[in-house]
Design a binder for this molecule. Sequence first.
Ligand SMILES: [Zn+2]
Length: 111
Amino acid sequence: MSIAQNIIEIVKEHVPKEANEKVKRIRLKIGELSGVVPDSLLFCFDILKNGSALGNVSVEIEHVPITARCRSCDKTSQLEYGVFFCTSCHSSDIELLTGKELNIVDIELND
Ligand SMILES: [Zn+2]
């Protein structure tokens, strides 16, 4: 719930108050490791936006897979959730590249 609240706060910070009603769409990037469950985020967002100036906003979520670079063989692999070793050489000495994202990509306004 607090994440949905934060997103609304961020939108309000970035968009002038008189333009809040013009916000059409918010695009988010959510990594598989961010700990955010997109469905429950959308559910909370729907509850919070009702009755606010952001009542008509739709939220679009871009899922970011988990990728990591191996320090042993230097290959980059896409990992399943919970699997933290290189898919080429099975080394666990890996560096996480993506998957922890929780970003607002952009905020789209009606003209
Ligand atoms: Zn490797």
